[in-house]
Design a protein around this ligand. Structure first.
Ligand SMILES: [Zn+2]
Length: 697
């Protein structure tokens, strides 16, 4: 079973943002921001994608999207097409223009100059080519000078970065020996604590090193060859033998690693260690040298996420020959620097990680990579420009009003629940009252004044940006926890639930047409963005949200009876989704997708209530012959508009915590008002008797 833990509920929106008309060529003429300027235009957009020959009670997804599906072709370099994909393309083009022109206007700020210089330096391939490996030479010389285990420990500590984030962004992997995440202590969320995660592997997961299948064995053979080619490109002698030793060291590290499923079991990972515990429980690594180089010598307490992995990795630093470690560090330094090195290194990196591991046929154009790199280094500075141009205060206010109505709708729904114990309800209300929902962008922007951007030094710029992020993380230690912190940039087309902060972030780039559009009746926004906001809120109150209390502390606040009721209702939803069969030999897995399906039902129900609340007793809009309720449900089903290649759909069914988009659209069959809105009656394919409709919240 797919781990139903944090990855699935945090990144809920990846698939969630897909909306209205997209033309067959993948452009979105009616969505280009304000093109649908009146209710009439909005109605045209809704109607254009529908297939009215389908009965809504038989196949609501096709009724809402049939015409769009037959007119849409998936672009050749994509595995699917949806509004999410379209929004990401649009946003990267907009961001690129903002970055390129950041320093062009009169009196640019120093931050704007940094953005422009960072981008231009990355784009200057000729200069990068000319410098060759020289920018990396000091780092390689430092590795060559390591001549004892003490210096090895210092090198490993100095290489550590703040490049993991388990519960929010669900980044679990780092190629450094350990990854650092500074977050609120799971046992005491008023304080920050350093959290150490297993690392050291270049391939994505231990399975790539250990899984006996032919497919993985073939990838391993290619990886070994890749290591050899990287060393050869760097003119390192005896590349083949070194590659074998480097691979073997990583394979031994993988043996110590925890699986992804185990690493997502937060109750297994909440292990507090004192500084003394490292010397006592994880011998082999010179921890004093390691922590001094990592600038964590002052930290008294840590969370060790995967203790047996940390113990195993520490032992390897003593057991393996020093020379092998130096070869390993050299390869990792080359691999890490590759995006900023001459094109032979870039191409070799893409050939393995892009083509072999991801099946992507072509490297994305350099300007898109430059946008991503600039976003990584100066994300909030770019975000500031993005929201100034594309997210006016009126849209922020409109989104915040929608959030308030969603929260009010949840309050009523929780109060009305008949299965939850009264004392649990009080705790749910407390959690709802303290839930911090942030919309568009953070109240406080990150400060980049300490970042030195040097024109002509692409590698140095990237390394200094990483260093600044590491220092920003270290700087949190000893300070009060900042619940206003954002973990995504405003120009990210996604949203995130932050369980330890009891907070949600909805970036500006998600809140754009067709998810959220001022030029159409608001009921359509409630059906699209509103249902997704409701979905994310629901995760704070489901079987996973039950693990974290109102303060963000890891403390289960449900009674046994609450869980029993929740599971019984869930079982009926499992059965509902198990019956969806996109292929004769492959059905949706109701259990694997349960948390997300619950969130969909809850989010849609709450969004409907919230819309009604927003009307204040006034009648809603009806346009193009569609009633308010019809517009609400159509907007929801159209937000799931997705066309996917068969292989991708099969992979999604097997590996994803979310149901395929078309079945997410069918969530409507659990909502009574949908039946009245479309005259859905017994005998129709989606009809459920009132007793079979699942209501959890
Ligand atoms: Zn979700």
């Amino acid at each position: 079973m797919m781990p139903r833990a944090f990855r699935t509920w945090r990144i809920a929106l990846i698939a969630a943002a897909c909306g209205v008309t997209i033309a067959a060529d993948g452009a979105a003429p009616s969505m280009a921001g304000g093109a649908a300027t009146a209710n009439g235009g909005a109605a045209t957009a809704v109607l254009a994608g529908m297939d009215r020959s389908v009965a809504p009670g038989d196949d609501f997804f096709m009724y809402a999207n049939g015409a769009w599906l037959s007119a849409t072709r998936i672009p050749p370099d994509q595995s699917s097409w949806s509004t999410f994909a379209m929004l990401r393309e649009r946003t990267i083009e907009r961001t690129s223009e903002l970055i390129r022109t950041a320093a062009a206007r009169p009196n640019p700020t120093s931050e704007e100059r940094k953005i422009a210089d960072y981008y231009a330096t990355f784009m200057d391939e000729a200069a990068i080519e000319k410098k060759g490996l020289e920018p990396l030479a000091p780092a390689l010389r430092a590795i060559a000078r390591i001549d004892d285990r003490h210096k090895l420990a210092s090198a490993l500590g100095a290489a550590m970065r703040a490049d993991v984030d388990v519960l929010n962004n669900t980044h679990l992997q780092t190629p450094n020996l350990f990854g650092l995440w500074v977050a609120a202590d799971l046992d005491d969320p008023t304080h920050y604590i350093p959290i150490l995660l297993q690392g050291g592997l270049e391939m994505p997961d231990r399975d790539y090193y250990l899984d006996p299948s032919q497919h993985m064995a073939a990838i391993r053979a290619q990886y070994l060859a890749h290591i050899g080619r990287v060393l050869t490109l760097a003119h390192i002698a005896d590349a083949r033998a070194k590659a074998t030793r480097i691979f073997e060291l990583e394979r031994r590290m993988a043996q110590a690693h925890w699986s992804r499923a185990d690493s997502e079991q937060v109750r297994k990972t909440d292990n507090h260690w004192t500084r003394a515990d490292f010397d006592r429980r994880a011998p082999g690594l010179d921890w004093s040298a390691f922590f001094a180089a990592a600038r964590l010598e002052g930290a008294a307490r840590f969370i060790v996420w995967q203790p047996s992995a940390l113990i195993g990795l520490a032992a390897l630093t003593k057991e393996e020959p020093l020379e092998t470690w130096k070869e390993y560090l050299t390869f990792h330094a080359l691999e890490h620097a590759a995006p900023y090195l001459p094109k032979a290194f870039v191409a070799e990196r893409f050939a393995f990680y892009g083509r072999t591991l991801s099946g992507t046929p072509e490297l994305s154009p350099r300007w898109k990579r430059a946008v991503d790199q600039t976003d990584d280094a100066l994300g909030d500075a770019v975000g500031k420009l993005y929201v100034a141009r594309y997210f006016p205060p009126s849209e922020k206010a409109r989104a915040e009003a929608m959030v308030r109505n969603l929260l009010a709708a949840y309050r009523v729904r929780i109060e009305r629940l008949d299965w939850m114990a009264p004392q649990t309800k009080r705790k749910a209300e407390a959690k709802l009252a303290t839930l911090k929902v942030s919309v568009g962008y953070p109240d406080t922007w990150r400060d980049y004044s300490a970042l030195e951007v040097v024109s002509g030094d692409a590698l140095g710029n990237a390394m200094r940006a990483e260093q600044l992020e590491y220092e920003r993380s270290l700087g949190k230690l000893g300070r009060p926890v900042d619940r206003d912190e954002w973990v995504m940039t405003p120009q990210t087309v996604n949203a995130v639930n932050l369980p330890v902060l009891n907070a949600l972030n909805f970036p500006a780039a998600y809140l754009q047409p067709p998810n959220f559009d001022p030029h159409r009746p608001s009921v359509m926004d409630y059906g699209a963005a509103g249902a997704v906001i409701g979905h994310e809120i629901s995760h704070s109150f489901d079987d996973q949200g039950a693990l974290f209390d109102a303060s963000g502390k890891l403390a289960n606040w449900w009674t046994k009876a609450d869980f029993a009721h929740f599971e019984a209702a869930g079982a009926r939803l499992v059965a509902q989704y198990d019956r969806y069969r996109p292929f004769p030999d492959l059905a949706v897995n109701g259990k694997q997708t349960l948390s997300e399906n619950i969130a969909d039902v809850a989010g849609l129900s709450a969004a409907y209530d919230a819309y009604r609340l927003s009307l204040n007793g006034q009648p809603g809009s009806s346009v193009g012959g569609l009633t308010t309720d019809q517009l609400f449900f159509l907007s929801f089903a159209q937000s799931w508009r997705t066309k996917m290649r068969e292989a991708a759909l099969r992979r999604l069914i097997v590996t994803d915590g979310h149901a395929p988009a078309r079945y997410r659209a069918d969530t409507v069959r659990n909502i009574d008002t949908w039946y009245a809105a479309f005259g859905v009656a017994p005998g129709m394919k989606l009809y459920l008797a009132p007793a079979d409709r699942v209501r959890i919240w």
